[in-house]
Design a protein around this ligand. Structure first.
Ligand SMILES: CC(C)(COP(=O)(O)OP(=O)(O)OC[C@H]1O[C@@H](n2cnc3c(N)ncnc32)[C@H](O)[C@@H]1OP(=O)(O)O)[C@@H](O)C(=O)NCCC(=O)NCCS
Length: 197
């Protein structure tokens, strides 16, 4: 059920690859088919993660308090075009994570002067087709596949400022989550009953 939660996507880098592996391996066969266009087995999923080039592409994730990745958007950039791949864990869908990742990716691309973004999806992918239409993407049919394209407006001082603020917020939340986990582990190691012993 959709909540009023606000999600902040943080940019990932090479050290996050293990968390990405864990995320993608949790997608079942049907989800892998929707996400990748074919039902990748585990070793193909791991190969995909190993191949992500953080110098060229960008990856944003939304995580829970324990830093498990709930949803991720991979932005593959080629010149002034980009392609998005989105995935959200089944248990955390319909809460706004997909929307938040899509909007974060579009903001990043505008600020990188990318002028068009593409999402490939299968015709039966009702949730992705809904998102594509909602954001005004132009949908082209290619057999059973759909290509949804969105022309991106130029960046403005407002988009640069908003992105800067969102990154700071995501960074702040990440630090808070780390400190909370550290505090909880210390409390577990030194339970109140042992404070005087
Ligand atoms: C597509 C996907 C990323 C959406 O993630 P999500 O976190 O559930 O997305 P959100 O909760 O932000 O929003 C989903 C929207 O689709 C709508 N939706 C969900 N299922 C739907 C369906 N079967 N038919 C029509 N609309 C649907 C929701 O009502 C919501 O609408 P809203 O934005 O107007 O409120 C997720 O379903 C997923 O990971 N699917 C498997 C991988 C995949 O298909 N990737 C896309 C191809 S790259």
């Amino acid at each position: 059920m959709r909540t009023n939660a606000v999600f902040f996507a943080r940019p990932l880098c090479d050290i996050d690859k293990q968390s990405l592996r864990v995320h993608f391996l949790q997608l079942d066969a049907a989800d892998r088919h929707l996400r990748f266009g074919s039902t990748l087995n585990d070793s193909a999923v791991l190969h995909y993660v190993d191949g992500i080039d953080f110098e060229r592409d960008e990856v944003y994730a939304i995580s829970d308090d324990a830093q498990n990745i709930l949803g991720v958007v991979h932005i593959a950039v080629t010149g002034r075009e980009a392609e998005l791949g989105l995935s959200v864990l089944a248990a955390t869908r319909a809460q706004g994570i997909g929307n938040a990742l899509f909007e974060r990716a579009v903001m990043r691309l505008r600020n990188r002067c990318v002028r068009e973004v593409l999402v490939r999806c299968l015709h039966q992918n009702a949730a992705m087709m809904h998102l594509a239409k909602k954001y005004g993407m132009k949908i082209e049919q290619d057999g059973t596949d759909r290509e949804a394209r969105l022309a991106l407006p130029a960046a403005t001082s407002g988009t640069y400022m908003l992105e800067w603020l969102q990154d700071r917020q995501a960074n702040y939340i990440g630090k808070l989550q780390n400190q909370t986990r550290f505090g909880q582990s210390m409390l577990a190691a030194f339970p109140a009953g042992r404070a005087d012993s």
